[in-house]
Each structure stands twice: as structure tokens, then as C-alpha cells.
Design a binder for this molecule. Structure first.
Ligand code: DC
Length: 222
């Protein structure tokens, strides 16, 4: 029997960096499900297909294979038709495409088994939007990690600038608000706290404090 921690919340709440570290300390694997939606969006972009519910997207899903693997350092690698696309899916454009394509029910259904199989075969901290509500409703621990839009935009801005990208804070804040809206207003699997989840707000917490909080919530529940 494996243990699953479902970690949901809006874009930029720090889920991935916090979950990565917590997973390391607990010896769980960390699964970033946003990368899967990003990869489907990337596949659509490569073929010039709009990220909207359409026969073109349906057909795309019959032609692509999306898979997850891990490198020697335990970092997640996402594969599109067997090729590592991890470094192509992190641009602001890829974020927006992922948000749009993730609203399509067939895309969500396409990625469901892959996510559930990861939890059947490993102890996982799985990060996403609907992990506690749809993907792993029986997860032993459910956490909703959030922070104010301004705090989230500020963190994303810093991250992208450090990567050498040419971005401005106001555009990022606008993107964060638009993505929150898309992610929480779609009909299929909208972003919302799962029943029985613990909500953790990191607006006033730094990274180390956030990690400590998440680990204590997990340990308390197990
Ligand atoms: O976590 P992220 O920013 O990499 O996610 C990219 C997009 O994918 C996000 O806008 C919402 C969507 N997503 C989703 O709908 N369900 C998930 N489990 C994970 C991400």
C-alpha cells in the first residue's frame, strides 16, 4: 500500500519547489502534473493546433504519447513521443496554452490513467489542480496550497528573471489572474479545495517555513 499526498492550488503558490523538497525529505517521489498539460499544449503548438475543444485536438490525442520518467537525481522528465521536452514547456506562452488546453475534458481524460498509475506504484506527492478532488480522491493527505496573486506573481517574476528571461511584473500578475480565472471557472475539474483538505497559505511564509509547514501537515495525517 502506497501513500499519496494530493497537493493542489493555484499557479505560483510554490507547490513545485515546496513539494520537491518535502518529497526528498520524506523519500516520496514528486509528480508535477502541470508538466503533462504543458506537454499536450506544446504538442498542439508544434502542430499549429489551437488549444480549444475541437476535432483537431481530439485527433492530436490519438497521435501523441505522453509519459513521465525520472533522472538519476530523481527529477521528473516529461516525454512527448519518447523525447524529453522538459525544457520547452516552461515559457509564459506554454503556461497559457496549458491553462487553455487543460479545460478540455478529453485532454483531462487522456492524462488520468498516467497520473493514477504513478500513485499505484510509488509513495507520491502529486501536485496539480484536481488531485484531491478527481485524480486521487482517496489520497491519505490533501493539501490546498495558496498565496495572494501579488505574492505569486512576484515569485514567478523573480524565477523567470533569474533564468535570464525578459519579462515584466505587471504582465505576470495579469497572467496569474487570468490563469486563476481559467483554472477555477472551467466546467471539468475546476481548481477548488478538496473536501477534507488542509489549506496552507504561504503569502507570509518563506520557502523554509512553507516546507516545514507542509511536512508537519503530512506527518500529522500519517
Ligand atoms: O502547475 P502548472 O502551472 O505547471 O500547470 C499548467 C496548467 O495546467 C495550469 O494552468 C492548469 C493546468 N493543470 C490542470 O488543469 N490540472 C492539473 N492537475 C495540473 C495543471
Amino acid at each position: 500500500m502506497y501513500t499519496a499526498v494530493a497537493l493542489d492550488g493555484p499557479a505560483g503558490a510554490g507547490k513545485s519547489s515546496i513539494a520537491k523538497r518535502a518529497a526528498k525529505e520524506l523519500d516520496f517521489i514528486y509528480v508535477d502534473t502541470g508538466a503533462l498539460y504543458r506537454t499536450v499544449g506544446y504538442a498542439a503548438t508544434l502542430e499549429g493546433i489551437e488549444p480549444v475543444d475541437s476535432p483537431e485536438v481530439d485527433s492530436l490525442l490519438t497521435r501523441i504519447a505522453v509519459d513521465l520518467t525520472f533522472n538519476d537525481r530523481g527529477e521528473q522528465i516529461v516525454l512527448l513521443n519518447g523525447e524529453d521536452v522538459s525544457s520547452f514547456i516552461r515559457t509564459p506562452e506554454a503556461s497559457m496554452t496549458a491553462s487553455k488546453i487543460s479545460a478540455i475534458p478529453k485532454v483531462r481524460a487522456f492524462l488520468l490513467d498516467l497520473q493514477r498509475n504513478m500513485a499505484k506504484t510509488h509513495n507520491v506527492i502529486m501536485d496539480g489542480r484536481d488531485i484531491g478532488t478527481v485524480v486521487l480522491p482517496d489520497a491519505q493527505v490533501k493539501i490546498f496550497l495558496t498565496a495572494s496573486p501579488e505574492a505569486r506573481a512576484g515569485r514567478r517574476y523573480k524565477e523567470l528573471i533569474e533564468k535570464g528571461m525578459n519579462v515584466n511584473y505587471k504582465d505576470i500578475l495579469k497572467d496569474v489572474i487570468a490563469r486563476d480565472y481559467n483554472d477555477s471557472h472551467r466546467e471539468t475539474a475546476p481548481l477548488k479545495p478538496a473536501e477534507g483538505c488542509v489549506t496552507v497559505d504561504t503569502t507570509e511564509l518563506d520557502f523554509e517555513q512553507s516546507v516545514a509547514k507542509i511536512i508537519s501537515v503530512i506527518k500529522e495525517k500519517l
